[in-house]
Write a protein that binds this ligand. Sequence first.
Ligand code: GLY
Ligand code: MN
Ligand code: MN
Length: 440
Amino acid sequence: MSLMNEIHYESRRQKLLSSVEEGVIILTSASPQTRSNDTEYPYRQNSNFYYMCGFKEDNALLVLVKSKEFSKSILFVEPYNEEHALWNGSRLGVEKALASYNVDEVYDIHTYSLLIKEILRDHIALYIDLFDDSLWILQAKKCAKELHETRGVKRHIRTIYDVTHLIRTLRLIKSHEEILEIKKAIELTAKAHHKAMQISKAGMHEYELQAHMSYVFQSNGAQAESYEAIVAGGNNANTLHYINNRDVLRDGDLVLIDAACEWELYASDITRTFPVNGKFSEAQREVYEKVLDVQLRVIEAMKPGVKRDWLQHYSEELLCQVLIDLGILSGDCKILMESKAHKKYAPHGIGHWMGLDVHDPCPYVDDEGESLSFVSGMVMTIEPGIYIRADDETVDEKYRGIGIRIEDDILITEMGYENLSTAIVKSVAEIEAMCRSYVL
Ligand code: GLY
Ligand code: MN
Ligand code: MN
């Protein structure tokens, strides 16, 4: 059950409408996606649509209208249908949607093409997702054109704006309830990572660890995983988006697991790297502790006012210094960074916004292109990594094949930050103890 109620959605709609002078906003639900003939992927609502109304069914639209005199919100939904109820389950329908969702009007989606023309009449601005090529948006544009050609209509749509940027900006700052949903997702993700550490042993397959984690997610009620799990033994960790997960886990290797679940559509995003056999080798421990030190230092620097670009630069400096300390790079850190030499071993960014989407598409820069400063309520992952391929003969043999990433989810607070995922073991001693605490 979502912690968000109608008051939350209503206040988000008010905020959105207050950033608009006048016009009509149209938000569309996600379309179901075919997996293969007659089978579909599990349905996942469009995050922006969900953020503004909380409605989870497909084939639905939210239309917000603002004029000088009034503003109103209209939901279009699929009506209750016996045939659909028999095959796919019951829909809420028009009357129940009106009773349950605090919008001004609810209509049958099949009346949209008739009603949208009247809704657009006399408005001068249309707000849509510019990349939404659904038939609903085409229909609205067609109606706008017809209104242009109709005698007696005094004002016409003359500007189309991107509404996604406005919503994504609202989504940057998470409310207390949103943080609680993220914390719930992390709580289950913590259990799953601990389970993987406890059961891991040489000879298992990567997919077995993945299956045990999925069991934890699903048996605790998580509706989905935030992304395809990465369970990468040994050198596979050096493929950043490794999702094959078919290999055997080998004695003496590390395994990097980047896996996490959603709760009420809110993501978590966690990576831990640990020894398959429960004990770090000396070289693995050396690299691991250096990556961990970078992660802790970067997190420690997070507070309101700090710019995300500065944090990125700071993390790159720290990682470059680690590569020098390990003897993997040699020379002056500043010069190495200018030539981007460190990118060979630390190629990805330090983190990203997280919320309704695991990579929350909120802005990173302001309208002038300047990096945004952190503000209390923002959530960002911090995930430094060092990746040394097994075939890299320029590196001391003892480090080859090691790939390490450590990822936590951080909330910016008034005073600084809160690491939302501290419950997931992270130090060498904690990880080795967790690996030893085998449970059935
Ligand atoms: N799991 C995706 C990421 O870490 O960005
Ligand atoms: Mn991430
Ligand atoms: Mn991740």
